[in-house]
Design a protein around this ligand. Sequence first.
Ligand code: NIG
Ligand code: FE
Length: 413
Amino acid sequence: MRILFKNIKELLQIRDKSTRFISGEDMKVLPTLKNAFLLVQNDIISDFGAMEDCPEEADVDQVIDAEGKMLMPAWCDSHTHLVYAGNREGEFVDKINGLSYQEIAEKGGGILNSAKKVQDISEAELYEQTKIRLEEIIALGTGAVEIKSGYGLTLESELKMLSVIKRLKANYNLPIKATFLGAHAVPETYKNNKSGYVDYIINEMIPLVAEAKLADYVDVFCETGYFSVEDTESILEAGKRHGLTPKIHVNQFTSIGGVQAGLKHHALSLDHLEEMTDSDIEVLKDTLTMPVALPGCSFFLSIPYTPGRKMIDAGLPLALATDYNPGSSPSGNMNFVVSAACVKMKLTPEEAINAATLNGAYAMGLEHNVGSITKGKQANLILTKPINSYHFIPYSFGNHQIETVYLNGKEVL
Ligand code: NIG
Ligand code: FE
C-alpha cells in the first residue's frame, strides 16, 4: 500500500536518523520543508521532499491533497497513568474548597482511592474503561504512549493493570510502553510497615512482572511522604536486575536527592521536576537522561510549573507529557500540554513541538520508531486543518488544529 501526501503547506520536524533527542539551543529550531510531498509505503515513511520531486500519482494507491495544511509527527506522550477505574471528581471539589493534594491523600483520597477502585473491578471492565481513554488521546493526535501501573498496589491488582496494557498493545496500532509503578503509594495493609511493602515490591512483584514480560520500565514516586531516596534506589536496583530500565516521579513537591539517585541508576527519564534546585539542573547536564515536564499536572493542582525555560537555557533537553491520571491531571490532551508549555513555561512553539515529539519518543525508548519525519519511521502523523503557521498550534489553546490522525499511514476514524 502506497499513500502519497501532496501539496503539503509545511512538513514539520524533519530529522535524520542519527538525531536521538534535542537539547538546549538546538531546541529553538524546528526543521521544516515548505510545499512538500510525503510517501508512505507499508506503514513506514518511505520518502519525502519538495513538490517538484513528487512521485507520479499513477504509481500510488491513495493520494491525499494537503493544500494549505501541515503534516507533522503525531505527539509522543511519554508519561501517562491511563489505566484506571472510575474518576475522582469529588476530590477535585475538595481541592477547590481548599484542601491540598497531600491533605486529600491523608483523608483516604488520592492514589489509595484509585487503588481501591482498581482492586474492585474486573480486568475486562478495566480494559473497557481504559480503551475509551486511549481512543480519545489517539483522536487528539497521540501516536505513541507510555502507560504506568501503580493503582493496583497488590500483586494481583498490579498484574491486572499491566495485563490491560498488554491487551492494548495487541489491539491498537501505536507503540505503547508499559511501566511498573508498584511504588506509587504505600497501601493501607502496609500503613505502618513501609519497608515491608518495599521488600514485597522487590522480592515478589518485580520478579513476577519481569518474568511475565509485562513491563519495559520501573518507576517510583520518590517524594516526601511516599518513597525516600533510599527506597527508590533499592527498587530501581531490583528493577535493573530484572531488565527494567528506571524512570522516576521526582521533585514534584520537594527536592530530596531523587534527581541524583536517578542519574546514578541511569534513568531514561526523570519526570515532574516542578521543584528544581540549581544543583538539580547542573547534574542533569551532559547526561542521557531526559527531563520530562507535565504542565497539565501543574495546571490542575495549581502547583509551580517545571522551570523548562531555565533548564533549556542551561543546555538541557526537555520532553513534555500529559501525566493523564484521575488525581493530578485528568486529561490526555497533548495539544493543551504544548500550549501550556508555551504560555506558562515560556517555551517557544519550536521548543514545545520538539519536546512533545522527538524528545517524548526518546523518553520512552522509541526515538528510532516515531517522533520525527524521518525515512524508515512509522507513519504516525498529524495532518492539520488549513492554518497560517505552526505557531497557531500552541496559540489556539483549549482547541486543536488537527484535521486527521494517521497511524501506520492509515486514517484513524
Ligand atoms: O504523576 N505524583 C504521583 N502520581 C501521579 C498522581 C497520582 C494520583 O493522584 O492519582 C502523578 O501526578
Ligand atoms: Fe505521573
